[in-house]
Write a protein of this length. Structure first.
Length: 81
């Protein structure tokens, strides 16, 4: 898939969060937690993906549209060892 982020061995969320003001950092944590929760349920077989996608797909797409520039920028920031 063109434009897809490659897996990396670093915490991109930490990089994104460190560059944000407190209010934005709290909002990012809430959004990430919301979608991560659904992701964990699907990955562990506790929820059927065919039921979850219609429920959150539109919101996930909008969240990605808003966060993508920050996530892509975080992937460019070198990690401190």
């Amino acid at each position: 898939m063109p434009g897809r982020l490659e897996p990396r061995r670093f915490d991109a969320r930490r990089n994104i969060r460190s560059a944000l003001p407190d209010e934005a950092r709290i909002a990012v944590d809430k959004v990430v937690g919301y979608f991560s929760g659904f992701g964990h349920f699907v990955c562990r077989g506790m929820a059927d993906e065919s039921l979850v996608i219609p429920l959150i797909g539109y919101r996930a797409s909008r969240a990605w549209d808003a966060l993508e520039p920050f996530i892509r920028r975080a992937c460019e920031i070198p990690q401190m060892s």
